[in-house]
Every structure is written in C-alpha cells, then in structure tokens.
Design a protein around this ligand. Structure first.
Ligand code: FES
Length: 120
C-alpha cells in the first residue's frame, strides 16, 4: 500500500508524519486520518481552496487535474506547478510527499480556534 508523508503536518518546523493508506485515498482523507492540518472549509466538495497542498513527490501518479479543480485553484494563494487540492488528489501506487500550504494551515486553524495558542 502507498504512503503519504506530510512534511509539515503541524505547521512550519514540525516533524514529518507518514501514513500508510489504501489506493484511492484522497490526500485530505489521509490528513484527517493522521491529524495533519489540511484545511477543508467546504468539506471536500470542490468549492474552496483551503485544502491546497504541494505535491513534492509522486505527482505523476495522481489523476489529471479537472477543469473544475483548475477553476478553484485560480482562487488559491501561492499556486505552484506542484499545487493540488487535497480533496481532489487521490493516491495511486506511488508514495507521496506533501507540503501543506500556508493557506491550508491557516484555514485549519480557523476551523480549530481552540488550538490557536497551542499551535503558535
Ligand atoms: S476542501 Fe474545499 S475544495 Fe477541497
């Protein structure tokens, strides 16, 4: 089974976290399973850009970016060639390495205000 490694699961400077997942698992679902801080304001319904992540390794094994994902990505901050929306990118056979965007980490903290003081 493939693995997904989150380089900054708790924010910048945090220790990387690797989780083993089933093929077809979304990056967002993997993050929720292991406690990595990927925001998801729309609940994975392709209506926000808060699950924006950078795929640092394994991009070629992910499915194509849909037109709708591209449209939503236009609203994201600091978009790079390796950008994907975590709720739309599903792991195949290849292991992934993921960096969570600042936008997504901020969104996660907005969703969990009780942890703001602890996280900073
Ligand atoms: S959680 Fe909103 S687009 Fe992914």
């Amino acid at each position: 089974m493939p693995t997904i490694t989150f380089r900054n699961p708790q924010g910048r400077g945090s220790t990387a976290l690797t989780v083993v997942v089933d093929n077809g698992t979304s990056i967002l679902d993997a993050a929720e399973h292991c406690g990595a801080r990927v925001g998801h304001a729309c609940g994975g319904n392709l209506a926000c850009s808060t699950c924006h992540v950078y795929v640092e390794r394994g991009m070629d094994s992910l499915g194509e970016v849909s037109d709708k994902e591209n449209d939503i990505m236009d609203k994201a901050f600091d978009v790079r060639p390796e950008s994907r929306l975590g709720c739309q990118a599903h792991v195949c056979d290849e292991d992934l390495e993921i960096e969570i965007s600042e936008e997504s980490l901020k969104a996660w903290l907005d969703e969990h205000p009780e942890l703001r003081k602890v996280a900073r």
